[in-house]
Design a binder for this molecule. Structure first.
Ligand SMILES: NC(=O)c1ccc[n+]([C@@H]2O[C@H](COP(=O)([O-])OP(=O)(O)OC[C@H]3O[C@@H](n4cnc5c(N)ncnc54)[C@H](OP(=O)(O)O)[C@@H]3O)[C@@H](O)[C@H]2O)c1
Length: 261
């Protein structure tokens, strides 16, 4: 029996890489994001299906749930949609940026979870086994940094939703997995965060030897879903080797210490 997953944020970056990885692993996949034309191009390439929706809108989420309910069983939901806006100090923060970050990272995860849990339970009843939910949070959920407060708060909020959900689902065969990446070089994330300033976005990665790429995160998601059904990866924190902590990023080639150092 082929298992079916919903992957949000599928129109770019990590979500797109998760769609590719799950298709390669034999899953049926429904990609979700607002930009339908990008989803359609990915569908044509890898054989996924898609549904265009704004996940901060209850009506769109309800339509997605109806579409999924009438098109087969559902076994996994991978929440990737999210993002950051701005890098202002708390005292300079813009209300619309903070509101956007809360809605896209936290509220959308709640709306989607509430709408799709009944379908995951239906999938278990129909096919046996277990179901999966995976959330891409961030190391920004674990440590604050200057200029990060809005994103720190939103990702920490999403992470707390994941913790509470795992407790609430105790006793059901539903895994609740959190993957928290550090620096991932994707095409749009930092560009969007910095209001389209390409130079500033490129500067962030300046000299960093091998930031994570989207496929690195997708590999972990695919592993979490492929692990034996009784194994729940509660939290996987992953960073590039060059980033030992949020505040400690090596720029320049990584090299072993020599005796002269
Ligand atoms: N890149 C990093 O360094 C990094 C590190 C740690 C964690 N993360 C997290 O990983 C996730 C993906 O990041 P990324 O680098 O792949 O960023 P990205 O390329 O900007 O992807 C964000 C995705 O979210 C979708 N999205 C945004 N608003 C939406 C909405 N209202 N409704 C539906 N979909 C929406 C976007 O699609 P549309 O615009 O087409 O709707 C896009 O597919 C985010 O949750 C981010 O916080 C990223």
């Amino acid at each position: 029996m082929t298992r079916r997953a919903v992957v949000t944020g599928a129109s770019s970056g990590i979500g797109e890489a998760v769609v590719r990885a799950l298709r390669a692993a034999g899953w049926d996949v429904v990609g979700v994001a607002r930009r339908g034309e990008r989803l359609a191009a990915l569908d044509a390439e890898v054989g996924s299906a898609s549904f265009a929706a704004d996940l901060t809108q209850e009506g769109d989420v309800a339509s997605l749930a109806e579409h999924l309910a009438s098109s087969g069983e559902l076994h996994a939901v991978v929440h990737v949609a999210g993002g950051a806006r701005g890098s202002d100090r708390v005292e300079d923060g813009r209300a619309e940026d903070w509101r956007w970050m809360f809605e896209v990272n936290v509220l959308s995860a709640q709306l989607l979870t509430a709408a799709l849990l009944p379908l995951l339970r239906r999938g278990i009843a129909a096919d046996g086994g277990h179901a999966d939910t995976v959330f891409i949070t961030s190391t920004a959920a674990q440590n604050a940094y200057p200029g990060g407060a809005g994103y720190n708060a939103a990702k920490a909020g999403e992470s707390m939703l994941v913790h509470a959900l795992r407790l609430e689902l105790n006793g059901e065969p539903i895994r609740v997995v959190e993957v928290a990446p550090g620096m991932v070089r994707t095409e749009e994330f930092t560009l969007n965060r910095l209001g389209g300033d390409r130079e500033a976005a490129d500067r962030l990665y300046d000299g960093v030897e091998q930031p994570l790429v989207a496929a690195d995160v997708a590999d972990v998601v695919a592993y979490a879903l492929a692990a034996p059904g009784h194994v729940n990866l509660d939290l996987v924190t992953m960073r590039p080797v060059a980033q030992s902590a949020q505040h400690l990023l090596a720029r320049g080639p990584l090299q072993p210490r020599t005796t002269e150092d």
